[in-house]
Ligand binder design. Sequence first.
Ligand code: NDP
Length: 445
Amino acid sequence: MMSYVHEVINDVVEKNPSEPEFHQAVKEVLLTIEPVLKKHPEYRKVKILERIVEPERQIIFRVPWIDDRGEVQINKGYRVGFNSAIGPYKGGLRLHRSVNLSIVKFLGFEQIFKNSLTGFPIGAGKGGSDFDPENKSDTEVMKFCQSFMTELYRHIGADTDVPAGDLGTGTREIGYLFGQYKRIKNVCEGVLTGKGLSYGGSLGRKEATGYGLVYFMEMLLKDYEKSIEGSRVVVSGAGNVALYAMEKVRQMGGTVVAVSDDSGMVYNPAGVDIDAIKKAKEFERIKISDYAASMKQGEFFSDYRELWKVPCDIALPCATQNEMDEESAKALVSSGCKAVGEGANMPCTPEAIRILQENGLLFAPSKAANAGGVATSALEMAQNSMRYSWTFDEVDNRLKKIMSNIYRNAKEAAVYYDKPNNLIAGANIAGFVKVAEAMLAQGVV
Ligand code: NDP
């Protein structure tokens, strides 16, 4: 007979056809929380599981704008409010040509458990558009953002839904979105996080996801008598998460030996030039391939997958979903890697995770390991409500404590439910129980 959890998974697949990323995220969570459902039959009685896999609301809208040549362009806009049991919807806006409903829903679903793990009262949402800021002028990005917000503004608010950045959405895009919201709504409130420092942003937010990932890895490594210090690290992606993970690895005495973006990867066993790469990606907005053309030391490979073949101790996939497949995981095992920490959301396929686990690599799942970004967004919301700003050190110290609590809670939940050393199960369980209890308390809504 089919188990209850498998029945719910099958139902999700049937009701949401052509959404493979969403199916993958649902399966990964539901299959690990079975022991909780056995212990809490009351959850099944009020259909917590059937409700948690269904977004509370999904908004899809047209985003028309005019490009620099005077041509009309049309993109699709999305905002999914997945779960507000523990607070207002919170989660980023992704701007990338690959964005579709399946990707927005997988990210929104994962956000439920991640946000719960942070310990803050924030629910889960996600959104974005198939608009790609790459190769667009500042004016085009601004026009797109203004048009996007002209529809989105009516669905969001500081106590309803607070979007943030994500892949393709940095401080520039958040600035244009915030300006348009304020203009239409006639209210200056903390409706977005990841804002610039001069208009309500938080010190430490830009660094938080990457730094938090490295803090988390250090705690995990320490439990196995290892450390970032003296380790060789490879990092995929060269965006917000990756750049600050690299910076923190260096501060903690590790060496980043390879880094990639979607144009290729650079490798230098003595350590890549983090400052030069940061300048190239963050300020000049150029590709790794262009940077490599004038690079003084190291090698360039035009296939970014070569990264996983580089000899290393730690791998931090920080680019995008499913970037590490079975073959890449096998390459990592052969290259002597001892630990993998997910900086991106769901960067490892289920097959890759199986290979890493079978070969005894330490594994830090994204829901826990990259939660520092959204946690610091919650700190930004708190500062906005108080009309107050904390120093960088205050924010960073809070981030360290938050990451330590997340690590401890995930580890303890794994032990309690008889899955010691399995942080995937531990993070899912710890995140789920809090939301399930809140849903139970609030009745069938
Ligand atoms: P960015 O847009 O700042 O950076 C993404 C980077 O990944 C870019 O450099 C891009 O290359 C590169 N890239 C894309 N696909 C590949 C690939 N297959 N292989 C190698 N590099 C690739 O995004 P973020 O850093 O903000 O986000 C990265 C991931 O982290 C996403 O999964 C996001 O959801 C997740 N995340 C982000 C948080 C945040 O605070 N920003 C918080 C939690 C999770 P190029 O520059 O050439 O386009």
